[in-house]
Design a protein around this ligand. Sequence first.
Ligand SMILES: [Fe+2]
Length: 190
Amino acid sequence: MISKEFIRKEFPEFDWIEDVELRDKCVAVLQEGIEAGGWTEETVYQCPIAVSEMSADCPVHNLDHIHDVTNMCKAVCDWLLPRYSFMQVDWDIIIAAALLHDVGKFTEYGVNDQGKPVYTEKAKLMRHPLAGALLASKHGLPDKLVQIIATHSFEGDRSYQCPEALLMKRIDTAQFGMVNYFFPAKKAVE
Ligand SMILES: [Fe+2]
């Protein structure tokens, strides 16, 4: 069971979403996504950031990644947007996209009895961009947000990228890349 209070306490970043209705819907999406993966308020911190690309002992988990990407998006926007009036972006969409882009990982990834990251049964048909986009759509989130979630990984390589998607996707890749540099998947010893 994941409570709304838990989500709000764990993610004060939701306060940055100015549209209250959008904020509430986003909280509900994250709540349902975590619950659908079978995680609890105690175990959710163990949801991995990746399975095949990352070392099993990586100390950065999906929750950390979501915090990092959201805060990095805000930091970049805080610097960049006041400098260039032509950079017109939807602030709420950037923050919501950062908070929700990997909600599908809670159903794509799990941990085995030894606590090692594994793919779930659902993973083959429902990689996290698709799972997350479907969940966001179910909760009535705007098409722009659903599209960003659906296309933020390689599935979207030939898809349109609005400025909000472009920014979030590059910051997502930067955070993941830095973690992955220090914790690459270990190759089997031959
Ligand atoms: Fe991500």
